[in-house]
Design a binder for this molecule. Structure first.
Ligand code: ZN
Ligand code: ZN
Length: 438
């Protein structure tokens, strides 16, 4: 028997950390933080941390990575298995988390030395994607791209005769990033930990894009500005390319950080989707073409921003920081809030208490401009979770990355579906500190 112990990430959004234990081996999948209050950390067991044999990191986002230094503080001496691209991005997330903690006067539960103690081992140097290799004695591993951000992976592990699948954060609908179907590599698993962040949402990416397009167009037509706060890497780059194709006649202003993410993709095309779009233009040449444009509006000073804010009417503004916690995001909001034609358009998760969340709860308390949330998919919705349950049929399936109530509802819906197909499978909705034997 093996045991899954949830340190965080199930029944909630944030602090993903899943421990897999057999009698001899203890593995940790991800170790992230949660941007609520002054910051929440996984419910780690200090006596277990020094006994962990290996840690696997699925991608760089803070809700999967930023609590890793605490492991070293608590005596972990092993390695962190991840991709080279993820390791290169993680530092930015550590930095933004320490800024967040400072902002709330909270002290970090680790020091710089702990962060510098992290010893990475690279999955993509050890083995090609979709290829088994021995990570540590007794543990076989395989990785594939999960389509969620550059460097993001899913993992398959073989430990003492058990097969474990962890989807990481997964989407098969990215316009930019490639994903490798895990179904081609494993025909079953004993345990699957499945990204179900948008699990009760039945819309496809195309549905989402149609809604986004209508929402943005109506703001532009009434002479308003659309502010799109997005994370520096991930959906920001995708939405940027999409916006350039969709709104050819409107000025689009881009904060520098987003272009950096675009350049990284160009230098690491192995994470890109390999197909050409309907115009026949390869993705990589689209990216090159985009970065070489001489009409990109990238402000390099506050004076420049103010100038464009004054002179451009109907326009789209891409800024970094999806939860609008940074000074720059607040500054932009202050510039736009007085005009009811303007729209603040949020497209991803807004953690409780963040400025984006406060705006969504009571927009009129802060200004006259409109505030809306329209999701852009970077996680699995209902149909995706359902498909994953059949691509890798697993005896036990643990749905993660969404609030408990939503996960319960999804579980209920899936059980009806799965029961109808008469499949032998168990679906679990768990919370932090719970355990599952398998
Ligand atoms: Zn993520
Ligand atoms: Zn996540």
């Amino acid at each position: 028997m093996m045991k899954l112990k949830i340190w965080g990430g199930a029944g909630e959004h944030g602090r993903s950390a899943y421990v897999l234990s057999s009698s001899r081996i203890h593995l940790l999948l991800d170790c992230g933080v949660k941007r609520e209050g002054t910051g929440e950390y996984p419910l780690m067991e200090p006596e277990l941390v020094p006994r962990l044999n290996a840690v696997f990191l699925s991608h760089a986002h803070e809700d999967h990575s930023v609590a890793i230094p605490i492991l070293y503080r608590m005596g972990y001496q092993g390695e962190v298995w991840t991709t080279q691209e993820t390791a290169a991005q993680v530092e930015g997330y550590f930095h933004s988390w320490s800024t967040f903690a400072k902002q709330w006067g909270a002290s970090l539960p680790y020091e710089d030395t702990d962060y510098r103690s992290i010893r990475y081992r690279f999955l993509d140097r050890e083995a090609d994607k979709l290829t088994w290799f021995e990570a540590i004695p007794g543990v076989q591993a395989m990785w594939g791209r999960s389509g969620h951000m550059a460097g993001s992976v899913w993992l398959l592990l073989r430990v003492e005769g058990k097969v474990i699948f962890y989807s990481g954060d997964y989407t098969a609908e990215s316009m930019l990033l490639g994903d490798d179907s895990p179904g081609s590599s494993a025909s079953y698993a004993d345990l699957a930990i499945i990204d179900a962040a948008y699990g009760t949402d039945t819309e496809s990416q195309q549905d989402k894009l149609n809604t986004l397009e209508t929402t943005i167009s109506s703001t532009l037509l009434r002479g308003g500005k659309v502010l799109l706060p997005v994370p520096t890497t991930g959906r920001g780059q995708e939405m940027l390319l999409w916006a350039y194709k969709t709104y050819r006649d409107y000025p689009i202003v881009i904060e520098q950080g987003l272009l950096g993410g675009m350049e990284r993709l160009l230098h690491h095309p192995e994470w890109l989707r390999q197909y050409a779009d309907s115009t026949g233009q390869e993705l990589i040449s689209q990216l090159e073409h985009f970065l070489r444009r001489d009409d990109l509006l990238v402000p390099d000073s506050e004076a420049q921003r103010i100038h464009w804010l004054r002179t451009l009417d109907s326009s789209i503004w891409f800024i970094t920081d999806g939860m609008m916690q940074s000074r720059l995001a607040r500054w932009y909001y202050d510039q736009l809030r007085a005009d009811s034609r303007n729209l603040i358009l949020l497209t991803g998760h807004a953690a409780k208490g963040t400025f984006a969340d406060q705006l969504l709860q009571a927009p009129e308390e802060y200004g006259a401009c409109e505030v809306q949330k329209r999701r852009y998919k970077v996680h699995q919705g209902y149909e995706d979770v359902r498909r994953m349950l059949s691509t890798i049929p697993a005896r036990h399936n643990v749905l993660v990355h969404a609030a408990k109530e939503e996960t319960d509802q999804l579980r209920h819906q899936l059980l009806n579906d799965v029961a109808a197909r008469n499949v032998q499978t168990q679906i679990h909705s768990l919370s932090a500190s719970e355990e599952l034997w398998f």
